[in-house]
Design a protein around this ligand. Structure first.
Ligand code: C2E
Ligand code: MG
Ligand code: MG
Ligand code: MG
Length: 288
């Protein structure tokens, strides 16, 4: 609550800070500090990408990775993405950061390959501000040709809330699709998108939010919810990916529902580029 009050105050002008009590003032200071530090983070090379394996359940093999950003600040330590992505969004700093993420991920795919590790597909999360940047499609297209990554090896992850403006979202999605990249709806089930439009968008994958997977073991009602979400995805003609799979029981259950892919701590936590190579070596079938 304090944080959102702060954003409001910030929008109304910095002078408003003087009206807050000390606690809020300290918090405001730290958000502003976070914002200032965020502006310098890219130049100072403080970001690092981690990669979480995604498994193909029908073939029982590794099918790719999701790129997840990490911010290692020299004094604040590791700042979680849930904490800094919203600030990067609010301030627009997400635009250069987002471009850096896409380029680094694509370069990484090629770099692994040169070291004998074939990663079939790489997913990149796009934030809403980035999604509605007029240069999004040309930026992605340039990065693909610059790095030599085949478009079908890149997956763009968006969330349901980004598709609220149906007309604009539809145009962007069709433009993206014409590049040849894959499109995935992240955190499915937690947003408010219209199901009828989801059917008309050129979407390849739905990722069932981890909150639903987590609750599978809680009981029959929760199992029913997951069953409904997965069959909804299938009825929309999409492949379904379960995220946040942590236990064998959860895996068994989503297998029964014919989820095509899964991702979660049961298989692996997000890994550094080096650790991903180790992960692939342990399962030698995945090597080139
Ligand atoms: P997301 O895209 O839905 O990413 C999945 C999150 O679930 C990641 O958290 C991942 O580490 C975590 N996770 C994966 N498997 C498990 C599991 O089995 N159990 C549990 N408890 N968690 C699991 P992370 O890395 O903290 O990222 C959080 C969110 O921050 C992401 O949600 C995404 O919305 C955003 N984010 C992360 N990296 C990026 C990025 O590069 N760009 C943008 N725009 N957003 C990002
Ligand atoms: Mg994601
Ligand atoms: Mg997700
Ligand atoms: Mg999420």
């Amino acid at each position: 609550k304090a944080d959102s009050a702060m954003y409001q105050a910030k929008k109304e002008g910095r002078n408003n800070f003087q009206f807050f009590d000390t606690t809020l003032d300290i918090k405001a200071h730290s958000i502003l500090e976070l914002e200032n530090e965020l502006r310098k983070a890219l130049d100072r090379n403080e970001f690092i990408l981690h990669y979480q394996p995604i498994m193909d359940l029908s073939r029982n093999q590794f099918s790719g990775v999701e790129t997840l950003i990490r911010w290692e600040h020299p004094f604040m330590g590791r700042v979680p993405p849930d904490k800094f992505i919203p600030i990067a969004e609010e301030t627009g700093i997400i635009v250069p950061i987002g471009e850096w993420i896409l380029r680094t991920a694509c370069q990484q795919l090629i770099s692994w390959e040169k070291r004998g590790c074939y990663v079939p597909n790489i997913s990149v999360n796009i934030s809403i501000r980035q999604f509605y940047q007029p240069q999004l499609v040309s930026m992605i297209s340039n990065i693909l040709s610059e790095t030599g990554v085949a478009p079908e090896r890149l997956t763009i992850e968006i969330t349901e809330s980004m598709t609220m403006d149906v007309k604009s979202a539809s145009k962007i999605l069709f433009d993206l699709k014409s590049l040849g990249v894959n499109i995935s709806i992240d955190d499915f089930g937690t947003g408010y998108s219209s199901l009828s439009y989801l059917k008309t968008f050129p979407i390849d994958f739905l990722k069932v939010d981890q909150s639903f997977i987590r609750d599978i073991e809680k009981g029959k009602d929760d199992k029913n919810i997951v069953t409904t979400i997965v069959s909804m995805g299938h009825n929309l003609g999409l492949s379904v990916i379960a995220e946040g799979v942590e236990t064998e029981e959860q895996l068994k259950f989503i297998r029964q529902l014919r989820c095509s892919k899964a991702q979660g701590y049961l298989f692996s936590k997000p890994l550094t580029e080096q650790d991903l190579i180790q992960f692939l070596k342990k399962s030698s079938v995945y090597l080139v």
